[in-house]
Structures are given as C-alpha cells and as structure tokens.
Design a protein around this ligand. Structure first.
Ligand SMILES: Cc1cc2nc3c(=O)[nH]c(=O)nc-3n(C[C@H](O)[C@H](O)[C@H](O)COP(=O)(O)OP(=O)(O)OC[C@H]3O[C@@H](n4cnc5c(N)ncnc54)[C@H](O)[C@@H]3O)c2cc1C
Length: 408
C-alpha cells in the first residue's frame, strides 16, 4: 500500500495533464453550445471514447490507483472543463459502480461493456434510484420488483425520476422494493437490458444547470427481466433478506448500513467535481480581476476584490484536501468514523456554489451574461448541494455519525 503523500507521482501528473488537455481543448470549447442545446453531447462523448477517457478501463485504472487520488484528480479536471459535458461523460460510471458494487463477476463482464459501447457506437447507462416521493428518503421507495418463479423472471413496476441518462441509456440499473416490510433493507438492484419492453422515458427535465446532461423520468410498466438480472443473484438476496427479517423480528443489533458505507466512499468523487467547477470559475475571475481596469487601476488592486480571490482560492484548496483525504481513506480501507466522505462532499459543494457566485460578482455585468462562462458555472454549481445527498442530508449524516444520536 502506497504511503500517503500530497505530491502526485509522475504517472498521476501525466494523466492529470492529459485530462486537462482534453478538458481545455475539447470540453471547454463545446460547453456553451451544449448548455444552450440542452442535449447529450454525443460527439464529445465519442471523442472521449476515442482517446480512452470514456471507458471502463480508464475508470478502473483511476479507481485502483493505490493512493486513492486517481478518481478525484480525473473528476476535477473533467469538471473543470464543463460540468454538464463532464457529467455526460462520467454519468455511465454511476450505473457501472452499481454493478461493480453488487454484481457477480459474470454480471460485471456481461453488462458493463454494454453500458459504454465502443468508440464507433458509444452507449450510456443510467442508475435509477430516486422517485417522485423518495428523494432523500430512500426508504419510502415504491417501485416494486416481484419474482415470477415459474418463468424465473422479475417483474418491475413504478416510476423513477431524476435519472441521469434515464430513457436514453442502453442499460438501466433500477433499484426496487422486493420486501416492503423491510424498508431500505428490502431493496435490490436490477439490470434492465437494452430494448426491454415496458421501460420508457417519461418527462425530460429542463434544468437550471448541467444542461448538457440528460435527466429524465423512467417509467416501468410490467418490465420483465430474466432472473440473472438481479444484481448479486437470488441466493445472496434471500440470505440478506432472511438476516434482515430476523433482526426485525428479534430487534437484534443493527449492522452497519452497507449502502451508507458505499456513499461515504463515493461522495468524495462528487466533491471533486465541485472542486473542478469552483477552480474553473476562480481562474476566470482571477484573470478578469487582473485585466479589468476601473478608476485607473486593475480591479484586483482593491482589497475588496483581492481578498475575495484569496478566500476563494483558500476554500478551493481546503475542499480539495478534504476530498483527497476521504478518497485516500476509502482506498486504504480506513473507517469513516467522522463521516469524512460526507464532510468532503458538503464542503466542496458549498464551496462551488459560493466561489462561482463570487466569480459572477467579480466579473460585474459581464459575469451576468452568457458571453462569459462564470454565469454557466454558477448555474452548474447548484447541483452539487443537491444530488448524491443534499447538503442537509450530509449534515445529518455527519451529525449522527459524530454524536451517535438519531438526529432528525
Ligand atoms: C440533475 C440531477 C441528476 C440526478 N441524477 C440522479 C441519478 O442519476 N439517479 C438517481 O437515482 N437520482 C438522481 N438524482 C436525484 C437526487 O439524488 C435527488 O434529487 C436528491 O437526493 C434529493 O431528493 P429530492 O430532489 O427528492 O429532494 P427532497 O428529498 O424532497 O428534499 C427537499 C429539501 O428538503 C431537505 N430535506 C429532506 N429531508 C430532510 C431532513 N431529514 N432534514 C433536513 N432537510 C431535509 C433537502 O435537503 C432539500 O433541501 C438527480 C437529481 C438531479 C437534480
């Protein structure tokens, strides 16, 4: 296991510079167009696939970086380019992680390649958990999966919402209730293979930011999937449900929630996206402040502007350190005793919102127009305090973890 260091090694620097080049040369120049079009930027995803950035191999390499810094570094650079396009590039990873975390080796080998397609025919995947009445409160999920033993098929019914790539995905990963008595312990994840009858796209949302990323409802009407599409397999599910029922019946001690542990490990990646957006806006603001002249001097000559930039940069660096710490902890198997994963996401996402707002202010009227990218970055940053657990939910998780109290 590599020792923790804040200095990137030569390989990491090379990957970072390569990603930065792609973000600067391909993503950033396309950002405004796809934001206006509010469509999935297929040509950019294809370009990313051609150079090897849109592929499972690439994410696996970053994921298995023994320092833990591969994923946050990659996310920061891609989202520095543009958040909407970058989410279109990494959104498939959400579904892929769902399969990697819960699937058998066979399921991983069968479905993940179909999530990405190949450079000549790129595909995307969607992870569908949220529902109209089950956002933060995942336990109130209603989408049902019922086993049809005679046919060895699962039948899925319900409506999912806010699904990134929902309806346009080749492969959908759907979380559904298999035992309503067990709350979130009675959930399981299913693969819905390409072109399965009964799955359709509902409303496509018109959004405030990250508009190049497709977000939509997914409607499931008597969707039948083969038994082998249950992630992890039926035996494992039956064992897990039996344990949960026994605990519910005996009031036995709660085991540590595996989903919470997964979130702690995945949230720093969202924090890193936020750091990328914040850094992008800060850089534009710094350049502008050095060149924009008012009252006969660059506006950065005023402490009111210079100190804001000092604060922006300090917050960004602090956010990155929290993200790197949490990613390092996840990779090296350190327990998140103080919810450090949630801390990193909370701080980085709020940093992105604050810093992008400051950048708009520093650019004055220009900051308010679509001629300059900070307006878009400010809209994009608003997502980070909402998805993958809102800021309020992060605070709840941190407070409960620190206190051991059932804070509501
Ligand atoms: C662009 C976008 C992409 C997304 N992508 C996906 C995806 O790919 N797959 C997927 O499954 N989901 C996805 N989501 C869903 C996202 O994770 C949810 O929006 C999020 O979890 C919040 O749920 P909600 O919108 O229902 O808000 P609600 O849960 O209704 O929350 C509303 C407000 O109440 C607050 N609140 C709720 N409960 C508490 C509490 N106990 N204490 C204090 N405050 C509370 C929240 O913090 C928030 O401010 C996406 C969402 C968006 C907007």
């Amino acid at each position: 296991m590599a020792e923790f260091t804040l200095e990137l090694n030569d390989d990491q620097k090379q990957v970072r510079d390569w990603l930065h080049g792609f973000a600067a040369d391909v993503i950033r120049p396309a950002a405004s167009e796809w934001d206006e079009r509010e469509e999935t930027p297929w040509p950019v995803i294809q370009e990313a696939a051609k150079v090897g950035i849109y592929s499972l191999d690439f994410y696996a390499q970053q994921f298995f970086d023994p320092t833990g810094l591969g994923i946050p570094m990659a996310m920061e650079e891609l989202f520095w380019g543009d958040a909407g396009i970058a989410l279109s590039i990494v959104g498939t990873g959400l579904a892929a992680v769902g399969v990697l975390a819960n699937g058998t080796e066979e399921q991983i080998g069968t479905w993940i390649p179909q999530m990405y397609g190949d450079a000549d025919d790129v595909k995307v995947a969607a992870f569908c958990s949220s529902e109209p009445d089950a956002g933060s409160d995942v336990a109130s999920m209603r989408t049902r999966a019922v086993y049809d033993q005679a046919k060895d098929e699962w039948v899925l019914n319900g409506t999912k919402t806010w699904a990134t790539n929902g309806g346009i995905a080749n492969v959908h990963v759907v979380v559904a209730v298999v035992d309503p008595e067990l709350g979130s312990k009675g959930h399981a994840s299913f693969i819905v293979p390409p072109n399965t009858p009964g799955l359709s796209q509902g409303q496509k949302f018109k959004k405030h930011g990250i508009r190049a990323s497709h977000t939509a409802e997914v409607v499931l009407e008597d969707v039948r999937v083969p038994g082998h599409c249950l992630l992890g397999g039926k035996d494992k599910l039956d064992q897990r449900l039996a344990r949960a029922r026994e605990r519910a019946a005996t009031g036995g001690e709660r085991v540590k929630n595996a989903a919470m542990a997964t979130f702690e490990a995945s949230r720093p990646a969202v924090g890193a996206m936020a750091v990328g957006t914040a850094r992008a806006a800060y850089e534009v603001a710094l350049d502008y402040a050095k060149t924009r002249t008012q009252f006969g001097r660059p506006i950065i000559d005023n402490q009111g502007i210079a100190f804001q930039l000092a604060d922006m940069r300090t917050r960004i660096d602090a956010a990155r350190l929290l993200v790197w710490r949490a990613s390092w902890m996840a990779t090296t198997g350190k327990p998140f005793e103080s919810a450090e994963g949630s801390m990193s996401k909370l701080y980085a996402s709020e940093t992105a919102k604050k810093v992008t707002a400051q950048a708009v202010q520093i650019l004055g009227g220009n900051g308010f127009t679509r001629e300059y990218p900070v307006e878009r970055m400010h809209r994009d940053a608003a997502i980070y305090t909402i998805f993958e657990g809102t800021s309020e939910i992060q605070r709840l998780v941190i407070a409960r973890t620190l206190s051991g109290m059932p804070i509501r």
